[in-house]
Ligand binder design. Structure first.
Ligand code: ACO
Length: 437
């Protein structure tokens, strides 16, 4: 953070003395006004529900320019990373700040693959869940339970333990998600196979059975790797802020990441990919392409709570650069699998076209977000809809852990403790029962 020579002056119409507030400059993006001493100086809080104008931390990991539709991981544009790097290189970049050279990449990949197995007893813990439990419910539990299975890496004040936890989380998430899926499907768990790529190993753990050889389809492997890259980090979104807030109490990384998983589950965030596919199924059931007009009318109706899932973003008000890349992958996968004529995919493409030309969406700057296309890709690949958000969690784990580590090494970090504007009853006395009502 670089202090600026500019200052902000806050004046009050009630005659209270004005206060001067420092301004800091980042490397790119908006400056921030430092209001930390505001309460001490004025007795007033600021009010910003939803963090519309509030920077909650300083960070050097991911930069987004929502108006330009730009996303940078450690300074590198997502368009270049998606084409020139694989997911594990991206993880290295996000975690350690620089892209790996060949030797660093080989060493990092070896470290990750050495940690892909989970404690054998985890399967007994998993068995405690109902078979039909939602994968995100199961994953929240499994990730939280890692603090019980790996107690030797939960001291957040030890950088070595934090690094081991990061490696364990990145390595084991695919194994855990695949186990949750296999348990639900009633199929035997498939142990990881370390000679495969990160994405191919995950596909094998999901789709293979011990009865047959499994040969990963390279188009699908690339598509999955791209989904992981595009979801790896996204600065201070709801789940990342949840992880930071949770970890700010000094709790262990597994507990904090479990909180992130729980937050991601919501349909306004990572749950949008699942909600989007459910929406497409519903439109399909009501008549398919012919009923899109009626559905769009419902979305525009102020009295209905229906939203076009997979459209809109809090930060991107031009387009979501991840959506552009995911759209490319979507067409590649539909071509490779010969699914362009599948009624559900035709419906999605028609809906996309209609919404992009509709004034309601244009005026509000609502464009398809990454989840609109990632849901379609995952459905085409054969991933069950209820597992979409778990895949998002798998990919975002590196971002969560990198942000958590960054926070813990920031000398400015304090336990997160927002304040409030209280609107409830002022102090009053408890009346005896007979006098109440
Ligand atoms: N469909 C219809 N109308 C919408 C949509 C949508 N998907 N999104 C926003 N709007 C409308 C709102 O009704 C509002 O209209 P108004 O100005 O007439 O009242 C206006 O656009 C602004 O919407 P807000 O809710 O204020 O925007 P906000 O930034 O708070 O919300 C969000 C962003 C939550 C992503 C929203 O666009 C949404 O619910 N989208 C659908 C869910 C989704 O796809 N989420 C995934 C996000 S990406 C991710 O997590 C990876």
């Amino acid at each position: 953070m670089t202090p600026s020579s500019d200052k902000a002056t806050l004046s009050f119409s009630d005659g209270a003395p004005s206060v001067e507030l420092p301004i800091y400059k980042g490397s790119v993006g908006p400056d921030v006004i430092d209001i930390r001493k505001l309460y001490a100086q004025t007795g007033k809080f600021t009010y910003d529900p939803g963090f519309l104008s509030t920077a909650s931390c300083n960070s050097a990991i991911t930069y987004i320019d929502g108006d330009k539709g730009e996303l940078l991981y450690r300074g590198y544009p997502i368009e270049q990373i998606a084409v020139h790097c694989d997911y594990l290189e991206t993880c290295y970049l996000i975690l350690y700040g620089e892209l790996p050279d060949a030797a660093q990449k080989a060493a990092f990949t070896a470290r990750i693959t050495q940690h892909t197995m989970v404690h054998e007893q985890m399967q007994f813990f998993l068995r405690g869940f109902r078979r039909d439990a939602h994968p995100m419910a199961v994953l929240t539990g499994l990730v939280g339970a890692m603090s019980a299975f790996y107690p030797d890496s939960i001291n957040v004040n030890d950088p070595h333990q934090r690094d081991i936890s990061a490696i364990r989380l990145i390595a084991k998430m695919p194994t855990l998600v695949a186990m949750a899926y296999k348990y639900n499907a009633g199929q035997p768990y498939m142990y990881p196979q370390n000679k495969l790529s990160y994405a191919a190993n995950y596909m094998r753990m999901m789709f293979a059975t011990p009865c047959d050889d499994y040969v990963p389809n390279p188009v699908i492997e690339r598509a999955l790797d791209r989904i992981f890259i595009l979801h790896a980090d996204h600065e201070q979104n709801a789940s990342t802020s949840t992880v930071r807030l949770c970890a700010s109490s000094g709790t262990n990384p597994f507990a904090a990441i479990a909180a992130g998983v729980a937050c991601l589950w919501g349909p306004a965030h990572g749950g949008a990919n699942e909600a989007c596919l459910n929406m497409l199924d519903e439109i399909q059931a009501q008549g398919g392409v012919a009923s899109i007009g009626k559905f769009i009318e419902q979305v525009k109706d102020k009295n209905s709570s229906v939203r076009l899932m997979g459209f809109g973003h809090r930060v991107y008000k031009n387009y979501d650069p991840r959506a552009k890349l995911m759209r490319e992958t979507c067409h590649e996968v539909l071509d490779a699998l010969g699914l362009h004529d599948d009624p559900l995919f035709k419906l999605a493409m028609t809906l996309e076209k209609i919404a992009l030309e509709d004034d309601y969406f244009i005026q509000r700057k609502l464009y398809p977000n990454v989840d609109f296309y990632s849901g379609i890709v995952q459905k085409a690949i054969g991933i069950p809809v209820s597992l979409f958000t778990a895949n998002f969690a798998l990919a975002r784990t590196v971002g969560w852990i990198a942000q958590l580590n960054e926070m813990l090494t920031d000398p400015e970090y304090k336990i997160g403790r927002p304040r409030q504007l209280f609107t409830g009853a002022a102090r009053r006395d408890v009346k005896p029962m007979a006098q109440r009502g």
